[in-house]
Design a protein around this ligand. Structure first.
Ligand code: GUN
Length: 282
C-alpha cells in the first residue's frame, strides 16, 4: 500500500514557516489578483488565495472586471498594478473569458511581479536551468516530493500532459533536478508502456481516473494534478483506490497537490517582495 503524500500537512507546515519569515522580514508583501468574468470556480480559487494571504500576513487586493471587458482594458489594469510600488505580486486568474487574448495579458504582467511564473521571460529562465519565478503547481509538487524524501536524480519521470501552466514547467523542473524526462500527451502511442517504466508519474491530463493501476510500475511515485468535477465531487486524473495498491507513494485528491499550489503562491509572493526591496534583478 502506497505512502500518502499529504500535501495538506506539508503545506500547513510551510505556511507556518512562511508567516514567521514574513513577520521577521519587516517587509509588507502584497498580492493583487485580477478576476475577469463571473466563473464560480475561478471566484472560489481567488477567494482561497486571499484567505491564504491573510494567514501568512500578505496583504491582498482583488481587481474584478466584467466578462465583456476588452483585452486592452485588462492589460491597462495589469500595467497599473505593475507600476504600483505597494504591489509585490500579480496573479491574473485563468482561464480568461472567451474574447480576451490570454497571451497578451500574461505578457503584460511585469516579470518581476509574475508570481504565477507564466510570463515567457520566467518560462525562459526556468527552461535555461536558472529559474526565477516558477509556476506554482509544478513548483509545489517539487517541494512536496523533496519534503517527502522522494529522490529524483537519475530517476525516470513521465509527465502526462503538456500544458503551458503545468506539464511543460513540470518537465523543466524535473529536468533541473536531474531526472530523466519523458513528456506524454494526447498523441502519444501506447502510453501505458511508457508510464509503466517510470519511477515517477505526474498526471496532468484533465480526465477523471484516466491513469489506471495497469499503467503504473510497482513502487512508483504517482502525483495527481487532476481537479475534475464528477457529480459535485473533486476527482483526480488517477484511479486512486486501485493505483495506491501498486504505487510506492501517491498524492490524494483533494489534499495533495492543491494545497501545495496555494502555499507556493504565497512563497513566490514573498520572494517577489524581497526581490523588489533589493532593487531590480541583475
Ligand atoms: N487557474 C487554474 N490554475 C491557475 C493558476 O495556477 N494560476 C492562475 N493564474 N490561474 C489558474
Amino acid at each position: 500500500m502506497a505512502l500518502i503524500l499529504d500535501g495538506k500537512a506539508v503545506s500547513e507546515k510551510r505556511i507556518e514557516l512562511l508567516r514567521e519569515a514574513i513577520d521577521e522580514s519587516g517587509l509588507s508583501p502584497r498580492l493583487a489578483t485580477v478576476l475577469v468574468g463571473d466563473d464560480p470556480a475561478s471566484a472560489l480559487y481567488v477567494r482561497m488565495k486571499h484567505q491564504a494571504c491573510e494567514r501568512v500576513h500578505i496583504g491582498s487586493i482583488n481587481v474584478t472586471l466584467p466578462a465583456d471587458t476588452t483585452t486592452e482594458r485588462v492589460v491597462e489594469k495589469v500595467q497599473r498594478l505593475n507600476a504600483d510600488p505597494e504591489i509585490s505580486g500579480i496573479l491574473v486568474q485563468l482561464p480568461l473569458p472567451a474574447g480576451i487574448e490570454q497571451e497578451s495579458v500574461i505578457e503584460a504582467v511585469s516579470p518581476e511581479k509574475d508570481v504565477d511564473g507564466f510570463h515567457p521571460c520566467n518560462i525562459g529562465h526556468l527552461v535555461s536551468g536558472r529559474p526565477r519565478f516558477s509556476p506554482c503547481t509544478p513548483l509545489g509538487i517539487m517541494n512536496l516530493l523533496a519534503e517527502s524524501g522522494i529522490e529524483l536524480e537519475g530517476r525516470r519521470a513521465v509527465v502526462v500532459g503538456r500544458s503551458i501552466d503545468v506539464g511543460r514547467p513540470m518537465a523543466a523542473l524535473l529536468l533541473n533536478a536531474n531526472a530523466t524526462i519523458t513528456v506524454c500527451h494526447s498523441r502519444t502511442r501506447d502510453l501505458a508502456s511508457i508510464t509503466r517504466e517510470a519511477d515517477l508519474v505526474v498526471a496532468a491530463v484533465g480526465r477523471p481516473r484516466f491513469i489506471t493501476a495497469d499503467m503504473i510500475g510497482e513502487g512508483a511515485t504517482v502525483v495527481d494534478i487532476g481537479t475534475n468535477r464528477v457529480e459535485g465531487r473533486l476527482v483526480g486524473d488517477v484511479d486512486f483506490e486501485a493505483v495506491r495498491e501498486r504505487a510506492g507513494a501517491i498524492t490524494p485528491v483533494p489534499g495533495g497537490v492543491g494545497p501545495m499550489t496555494i502555499a507556493t503562491l504565497m512563497e513566490n509572493t514573498f520572494a517577489a517582495a524581497r526581490r523588489l526591496s533589493c532593487g531590480p534583478a541583475p
